[in-house]
Write a protein that binds this ligand. Structure first.
Ligand code: HEM
Length: 508
């Protein structure tokens, strides 16, 4: 009896082994080039794990060797971590625009990015359409643009400049990324909630909900690194990163819900005010022409959270990399200052400039585009196919396939940007007639492409220019010797150990 059982078990094992080999041969045929070696059971995960510390550059190198910078990535067996990874502009155009309806954020995105709730970034179909037209109508208002500019001007004059003066006078080494983070957190709180937490002050206060917010983003990235079953189990057991996620979400939600409650109270007390106020109040007072639309607390919370991610971290990241690149390219710095002088007669600018004024600065615009190309604040994106499809590159998409786009890689391909693609060259963006060169969004994807293009694109350029001018005209930013920047592991491309600098006065 035992012998029979033993031989049955052997047959089952042999069969299983045989099927594994067949499956393995089939999988090997899918990825033609050798950077992503497809190991039995572990799939292509080992080289990814090995290169995790330099994941964005590793993916770029790997994609460069694939046909049309597109490749199937096979995760360990039974983990459902299989993706189609692409950085081919023609594929991007196909997915993001031409066949927009077939490619959605999908359920898995919703699960991984659960902190976004049903906000615009995580939603699809009707929910997305509603959110899109709502925010579009608010963002295009002139009074909203002026409201934002005023907040930035105040923050620059009352907080950032005094803070940098203090750092300069004390001869301190500071983390410029932390300063930008504090600046943009105060800024987004004022825009979305109408309150100023004063994170940017010389005491460098520890603001719990600001920390909680950063923690949530790290946890979302973590969910991309491990199989779903692992993070789900951790979530269920409330251990590790998932425990941090729960605690951070609680802290941040308490902060948002308290704000919603106090805004409702304020609105009950005072009558309608037509002047532009914070976004939360604007959403609470939204009317559809005949009556006020009442949004529940969950809708307002999701909208606020989304705007915090969309409008805060992206700007911090863009500013940090821009200042790193300027500090390491003195010629570019000189040209930016020259352009300011040409346009405003001096770089000794007393009051911070407004949106219409900063729009004139073409060279600075080119420098910002370059920083966003080389270091896109959102380094990767994902979409899920509803129906099967064939991409322009010839790759087959099965229903439910998850597609990952490496925006970081796209900015570093010679066939897209030329032989000098790794150089920081603002001139790339300036036409012979001195205007700004237009790059189609499927090639310069930093603000996304197609109908879901970033709604804050124009306002981002204004904000970044206003902040950059205020700093560059007053100070020289000097990199601390020995500080080597590296890329963070987060859904937003920060500098892992911050940007350590000294600040010197720019005497004119
Ligand atoms: C340098 C600054 C910025 C960059 C690089 C950037 C980039 C992006 C990207 C890549 C997306 C697509 C995300 C996805 O679908 O997964 C996006 C969407 C979005 N962004 Fe921005 N963003 C920036 C600033 C802003 C600002 C300041 C706001 C406004 C507060 C904003 C509002 C939005 C909104 C509402 C969406 C969702 C659009 C939709 O799904 O229809 N962004 N942005």
């Amino acid at each position: 009896m035992i012998n029979i059982m033993f031989s049955y078990t052997s047959i089952v094992f042999a069969l299983f082994f045989f099927l594994c080999i067949i499956f393995q041969i089939h999988r090997r045929q899918k990825c033609k080039y050798p950077v992503f070696i497809d190991y039995p059971f572990f799939g292509m995960f080992p080289p990814v794990l090995w290169n995790l510390w330099r994941i964005h550059d590793f993916i770029t190198e790997a994609l460069k060797q694939q046909h049309r910078s597109t490749c199937e990535f096979m995760g360990p067996w039974f983990t459902n971590m299989n993706y189609l990874v692409t950085s081919d502009p023609i594929n991007v155009h196909h997915i993001m625009s031409k066949c927009f309806d077939n490619y959605v954020k999908g359920d898995e995105f919703h699960e991984i990015f659960d902190a976004f709730g049903d906000g615009i970034i995580a939603s699809d179909s009707e929910k997305w359409k509603y959110n899109r037209s709502l925010f579009h109508s608010i963002f295009k208002r002139k009074d909203f643009e002026l409201f934002q500019e005023k907040i930035i001007q105040n923050k620059l004059e009352r907080s950032l400049i005094p803070m940098l003066d203090h750092v300069q006078q004390q001869g301190l080494v500071v983390d410029l990324q932390d300063i930008f983070n504090r600046f943009t957190f105060d800024n987004i709180c004022l825009i979305v909630l109408g309150c100023d937490p004063n994170c940017l002050s010389i005491e460098f206060p520890n603001v719990a909900y600001e920390k909680a917010f950063n923690q949530i983003e790290e946890c979302i990235f973590y969910r991309h690194k491990v199989p779903k079953s692992i993070w789900k189990l951790q979530k269920w057991l409330q251990i590790g990163e998932e425990k941090n996620m729960t605690n951070a979400s609680k802290t941040f939600d308490q902060f948002i819900y308290a704000n919603i409650e106090s805004k409702r109270e304020d609105l009950r007390k005072c009558s309608k005010n037509i002047e532009m106020v914070d976004l939360l109040t604007t959403l609470m007072k939204e009317d559809n022409g005949s009556q006020v639309v009442v949004h529940d607390d969950a809708f307002l919370r999701d909208a606020a959270f989304t705007l915090f991610v969309a409008g805060r971290d992206t700007i911090t990241s863009a500013l940090t990399w821009l200042f790193y690149l300027i500090a390491t390219h003195p010629l570019v710095e000189a040209k930016i200052l020259e352009e300011i002088k040409e346009n405003f007669g001096t770089i000794n600018i007393e009051k911070s400039l407004g949106g219409d004024e900063v729009k004139k600065l073409v060279y600075l615009h080119g420098a910002i585009c370059e920083a966003l190309r080389l270091f896109p604040p959102v380094p990767f994106e994902r979409k899920q196919a509803i129906k099967g499809d064939i991409l322009p590159s010839g790759h087959i998409v099965n229903p439910n396939t998850t597609i990952l786009f490496s925006l970081y890689s796209m900015g570093r391909f010679e066939d897209v940007w030329g032989k000098d693609c790794l150089e920081f060259k603002p001139e790339r963006w300036i036409s012979e007639r001195g205007g700004i060169v237009h790059a189609p969004s499927y090639k310069f994807m930093s603000f996304n492409a197609g109908p879901r293009t970033c709604l804050g694109k124009d306002s981002s350029f204004i904000q970044i220019k206003m902040i950059a001018i205020a700093i560059l005209c007053n100070y020289r930013v000097i990199l601390e010797e020995g500080h080597i920047p590296s890329l963070s592991h987060s859904i937003v491309l920060f500098m892992k150990n911050g940007l350590k600098v000294r600040i010197a006065k720019r005497y004119v």
